[in-house]
Design a protein around this ligand. Sequence first.
Ligand code: HEC
Length: 226
Amino acid sequence: MKPLLRHSAALLGIAVIATAAFGHGDVAPQPVNTDALPEVGEEWLIENPYRADKVGDETWAKAVEIGSSGFNQNCARCHGLGAVSGGLAPDLRFLEAAEYGDEWYVERFQHGYTQDGTTKMPAFGEVLGQKAGWAIRTYIETRPEDGALDSHAARLTEIRDTLAKGGADEAALKAELEAIAAEVKTASGAPVADSAARQAALHLNGTPEGEKHAADALTVGLSAAH
Ligand code: HEC
């Protein structure tokens, strides 16, 4: 065997082992960078420590952002993009944003779920850690309820088009987006929903890039609603 071939055969062997280790459609867990979030200690908590009433709006918003990427990389393939379940696994948006829902959440996050020797959900506690677990929890509980933006879709489309064109009265649009965002409810009972209107308002910072990002956030939110 030529050295090059032997080398690729060895690589192939590694690939086969890796596939076997993460068989049954399992995928290696994706690490979540939680450096920006406050420490929560070693012992597992039973209540979300990253709610705005405990850590303030800024840290809460950071937890939503970090949780969004953590969720979409590790959980979405079973629980659905944006936590909107496609029926493969339970819809997590309805888990109560209170101690009862948290306890249930963290038990599943830590230990996963095995039935008759088959892993239905892998355990994430050891691999992702507690901070990532609660950031993902924060993201899940701030998902808007189904159809939350439906009654605003026409106006949001206009706003999106205005922003995409550029030169809009940004301050007025930002205030309008914030007012729409404030009406959106969560299915979990958490007080603030992380809707596309909220994200768009956050992007508006007086720069053309901000307007572009805001328009993109609305496009994504409006297409997800259909
Ligand atoms: C391989 C698929 C899979 C992945 C990946 C997965 N889950 Fe699950 N999850 C399931 C299934 C299936 C159940 C239902 C288990 C049962 O019957 O109780 C479940 C249940 C849950 C529950 C309990 C929900 C309820 O209403 O009872 C929570 C909470 C949960 N998962 C969170 C997560 C989080 C957070 C992640 C990512 C870090 C994740 N899951 C990744 C398949 C998965």
